[in-house]
Design a protein around this ligand. Structure first.
Ligand code: ADP
Ligand code: MG
Length: 174
């Protein structure tokens, strides 16, 4: 049975973009915890945070993680999924966890180039570049800890997909 593949990392690292391409390449299903949350609640992340606070959002996020977990599925997770230790343990136990690693400046440039895709409110209300530096400083260790493999996400999405496939194939062969 093919284990689920979880993609983790900060906003803009390519979890959705790479996840969809990886799923296609492997013939896996694709799920996105943010999208699942929005479809089941019929609200945007921003709405949920406004109405229930970040704690309410985080609780619903854990439920979404478990709901979308299935064999032969690539799962793009919300950027803050690793904040809860139960989510980190759950992903590591259930599947292969891949950290899409990119520098703060790269992430900020991507999010600034496509602000309309960014439905999540900023965490600090400050410029996105400053925020990404802070977010990575706070979370990089958690992404590292939660992941089985770290992949350079500052390459073309096709190359990121190729690296993931190679690293998973190597792991299987050893
Ligand atoms: P996430 O789901 O991790 O927040 P997305 O997949 O939504 O990230 O990507 C955020 C933005 O960055 C999108 O506009 C996407 O097209 C772009 N992007 C994602 N991965 C790459 C990449 N490897 N190279 C260049 N742009 C990328
Ligand atoms: Mg996404």
């Amino acid at each position: 049975m093919s284990l689920p593949i979880y993609l983790i990392g900060a906003r803009g690292c390519g979890k959705t973009t790479v996840g969809q391409a990886l799923a296609t390449a492997l013939g896996y299903a694709f799920s996105d915890t943010d999208r699942h949350l929005q479809q089941t609640t019929r609200r945007t992340v921003a709405d949920i945070v406004a109405e229930e606070g970040w704690d309410g959002f985080r609780h619903r996020e854990s439920q979404s993680l478990q709901a979308v977990t299935a064999p032969a599925t690539v799962i793009a997770t919300g950027g803050g999924m690793v904040l809860a230790v139960e989510n980190r343990n759950y992903m590591r136990e259930k599947g292969q966890v891949i950290y899409l690693n990119a520098e703060a400046g790269v992430l900020a440039a991507r999010l600034e180039a496509y602000p309309e895709q960014e439905q999540r409110p900023t965490l600090t209300g400050r410029p996105i570049a400053d925020e990404m530096v802070e977010v990575l400083a706070a979370r990089d260790a958690l992404y590292q800890e939660a992941s089985h493999y770290v992949i350079n996400a500052m390459q073309h999405p096709d190359s990121v997909v190729e690296d993931i496939i190679n690293i998973l194939a190597l792991a299987r062969a050893s």
